[in-house]
Design a binder for this molecule. Structure first.
Ligand code: SAM
Length: 308
């Protein structure tokens, strides 16, 4: 399967408030669901730069959009957004940037990528398999307290202690190289189970987020997008869990409030206005979208606009 059902597409489009001749970035191209909709709404002079760190996403986009001259597809990390845009775009400022965090369905569906506790495969989980360390390699050399910390913080897993100890015990006998080995090990270490959830869900999420530095990427990506936005340009982000959404919420809040020191002055100095203005409240998927795509259940969209 090489398909991904995009979430909150119409909401994202509305939040981007597209200028037909504008320059936009889709920072998480995936299988191009949002990009296709953006291209539909752009005029002949509009341009879209679409980024994904996964070479398979870019290859599939090149095939799907082979005749689309307004689209430029770039393999890279949105944590390097400023450099990616500067190296390619003919204009220096963006009219909007869209982020749709997390993994795409084809990554989860392909057992050889190692993302899924339900499918046996190499314990990898890198979104870009050409760089960084697979989970199996990291688990081989990380210290017990590092493994525990990652599983506790990025997985919000209360049994992180036990799981980390079991990993360290197991790796002394033989390296953990398969997703099925890790899933079984976690299932043996965790006594209580959350209804409807595999016991390894949180551990897999944490390790995936760690080897891909997902929160670091989000921090850098949002920061750089803000620096690239033209006045009136829109920043739109879709998160899938609380750790991602917390970063987006804090980022948008900090940059849409007046500096607290200046806010206490009787009249804040000219030019002290915060760079962003929030657009609406956070949005979730409608009942009809949820019925068609259960993955949309946890999606939260937030948007802001660059002030003049
Ligand atoms: C949820 S999917 C996006 C789906 C897409 N909006 C669509 O409609 O098909 C997330 C995508 O972002 C990519 N990605 C995640 N983190 C990234 C990063 N830091 N830089 C670039 N791409 C990233 C993943 O490889 C994945 O393809």
């Amino acid at each position: 399967m090489d398909e991904h059902t995009p979430v909150l597409v119409e909401e994202a489009l509305e939040a981007l408030a597209l200028r037909p001749g504008g320059l936009y970035v889709d920072a998480t191209f995936g299988r191009g669901g949002h990009s296709a909709r953006i291209l539909q709404a752009l005029g002949p002079d509009g341009r879209l730069l679409a980024v994904d760190r996964d070479p398979q996403a870019i290859a599939s986009g090149r095939a799907r959009f082979a005749h689309e001259a307004r689209l430029q597809l770039v393999q890279g990390e949105f944590g390097d957004l400023a450099a990616l845009v500067r190296a390619r775009a003919t204009r220096s400022q963006l009219d909007g940037a869209l982020f749709d965090f997390g993994v795409a369905s084809p990554q989860l569906d392909d057992a050889t990528r190692g993302f899924s506790f339900g499918k046996d495969g190499p314990l990898d989980m890198r979104m870009d398999p050409t760089s960084g360390e697979p989970v199996s390699v990291w688990l081989q050399h990380a210290r017990l307290d590092e493994i525990r910390h990652v599983i506790a913080t990025l997985g919000e897993e209360r049994f992180a202690n036990r799981i980390a100890a079991a990993i360290v015990h197991a790796r002394a006998l033989a390296p953990l190289t398969r997703t099925s080995e890790l899933a079984a090990l976690v299932a043996r270490s965790v006594r209580t189970r959350e209804p409807g959830k595999h016991p390894a869900t949180r551990t897999f999420q944490a390790l995936r987020m760690h080897v891909n530095d997902e929160l670091g990427q989000i921090r850098r990506g949002l920061d750089q997008a803000l620096g690239l936005l033209a006045p009136g340009g829109r920043l739109v982000a879709i998160s899938f869990h609380s750790l991602e959404d917390r970063l987006v919420k804090q980022f948008m809040r900090i940059h849409s409030q007046l500096d607290p020191v200046l806010a206490r002055l009787p009249r804040p100095p000219a030019g002290a206005e915060p760079p962003l203005r929030l657009i609406g409240n956070k949005q979730r998927a409608s009942a009809s979208e949820l019925a068609a795509n259960p993955r949309a259940r946890s999606a939260v969209l937030r948007a802001a606009e660059r002030r003049a």
